[in-house]
Design a binder for this molecule. Structure first.
Ligand code: UDX
Length: 435
């Protein structure tokens, strides 16, 4: 399609990725944000978010002139063909999505939008939001389109430019097709539908992923109780194309900026139509149970007494490849350990600065110093390259709890340490000499 004039409101992960990627597809994009200093930094090509390829795309967009940044959306939207709403929709009271930021932006720009300009929601919003926005604008000449994103932190740019699918929905004829066309060059299949269905796709997909992970974590627990190993079990499951290989790694529980928020929001949505979504509820409960099992494992490794135990944590971010701490299982586990009186030291290659209750240090060996137990909480590959013999020398105790099954157990055992993963009861067993 020919280049469209696009305004993206909100320059967080989703907004900035959307703006920079649409500019790289040849559209003329203006990104608006209320944060003046952030806009100034972005206009100078400085990207604070840790996202591979994003800074380069922003720089390229600025140089080509296809991408610009402004403070406030009102002026920018006056000649737009489409406006993407990428403002935060945090979890509000009671778990439902808080839509105030979306409503504020709509109120700010509704009267100056040119007739026919599409208002596009990218943030995850409750089913029915498109209709609500339409009412808020009071302008039937402005089509509202839902176009959910499926970006993962750490791979947001490649997810955007190489999507599995594009989903667009609108109740205004032709509007969804127009938005789908913005992505035409990507050659991805497009699901073009009504607004409510498009809005539901996002929740249905993310909550399915959360359920898949809770299921895998539960199977890992069964492995421990039955003496089976989760690695071959998930390998055997993953070859089944109906199941697929991804999202089958057990861990300390799922977290991040989307899955916890979206599961909770879909439960509230179901409740609002008097549907008891027990299956999803159980997945959320299972995630809490997983965290508690990890804490019990750590407690077990220090003889059952967390008070006064010296615990070294490797990893704080909710997953590798990001510095995002939002709803990180690592932080939640750390705070429980601290609350029980443990002395917690932590290192994460992407996280600096102070965190409540614990000492954040700047290398992994400092974490090991004097530790009774070292716990891997984020799957940074850097941790596989540590000198575990040296780690053992520095530690006071000998226990390693690897909640990501990241390390090669043999390497840790050969260093004279014990190793416990998730769902791998035999991989960590001490092997007494075989002659
Ligand atoms: C997720 C969705 O994948 C994405 O489509 C959506 O747009 C936003 O939410 P993200 O939050 O960036 O993306 O993280 P993701 O890679 O999906 O991981 C979510 C959580 O699951 C993390 O806590 C991660 O550690 C955990 N996880 C993921 C596992 O424990 N095991 C796995 O096999 C995969």
């Amino acid at each position: 399609m020919s280049a469209a004039r696009i305004v993206v409101v909100g320059t967080g992960y989703v907004g900035l990725t959307t703006g920079a990627c649409l500019a790289s597809l040849g559209h003329r994009v203006t990104c608006a944000d209320v944060d003046e200093s952030k806009v100034a930094r972005l206009a100078a090509g400085r990207v604070d978010i840790m996202e591979p390829g994003l800074a380069e795309l922003v720089a390229r967009g600025l140089t080509s002139g296809n991408l610009s940044f402004v403070v406030g959306a009102r002026e920018a939207v006056r000649d737009a063909d489409g406006v993407f709403l990428c403002v935060p929709t945090p979890m509000g009271a009671g778990g439902a999505a808080d839509l105030r930021a979306v409503e504020q932006v709509v109120a700010e720009i509704a009267d100056v939008l040119p007739s026919g300009c599409a208002l596009i929601t990218k943030s995850t919003v409750p089913v029915g939001t498109a209709r609500r926005i339409q009412e808020l604008t009071g302008r039937p000449d402005l089509p509202v389109v839902s176009n959910p994103e499926f970006l993962r932190e750490g791979t947001a740019v490649s997810d955007f430019l190489g999507p599995d699918r594009i989903v667009v929905g609108s109740d205004t004829p032709g509007a969804a097709d127009w938005v789908a066309n913005l992505y035409a060059d990507l050659g991805a299949p497009a699901v073009v539908t009504d607004a409510a269905s498009a809005e539901l796709v996002k929740y249905a997909a993310n909550c399915f992923l959360a359920m898949k992970l809770s299921y895998v974590n539960a199977i890992a627990e069964l492995c421990e109780r039955l003496g089976a190993d989760i690695e071959p079990v998930t390998l055997g499951m993953g070859y089944d194309r109906r199941i697929g290989r991804s999202f089958l790694r057990p861990g300390p529980g799922w977290g991040g900026s989307c899955l916890p928020k979206d599961t909770s929001a879909l439960l509230r949505i179901a409740e609002s139509v008097r549907f008891d979504f027990e299956l999803l509820d159980a997945a959320v409960e299972e995630n809490i149970a997983q965290r508690d099992r990890v804490i019990a494992k750590i407690a077990g490794a220090v003889g059952g007494r967390l008070a006064g135990a010296r615990i070294g944590l490797l990893g704080l971010a909710f997953k590798a490849g990001t510095n995002d701490l939002r709803d990180s299982p690592a932080l939640s586990i750390a705070s429980v350990l601290c609350a029980h009186g443990a002395e917690v030291t932590a290192y994460d290659p992407a996280v600096q600065g102070e965190l409540p209750g614990m000492l954040v240090v700047d290398n992994a060996y400092q974490v090991a110093k004097g530790a009774d137990v070292v716990v891997v909480l984020t799957e940074w590959s850097d941790f596989t390259r540590l000198d575990w013999a040296y780690m053992a020398e520095l530690m006071h105790g000998d226990a390693v709890v690897d909640t990501r099954n990241l390390l090669e157990p043999r390497v840790v055992l050969d260093a004279g340490l014990s190793w416990q993963g998730i769902g791998r009861p035999r991989a960590g067993a001490r092997v007494t000499s075989v002659s």
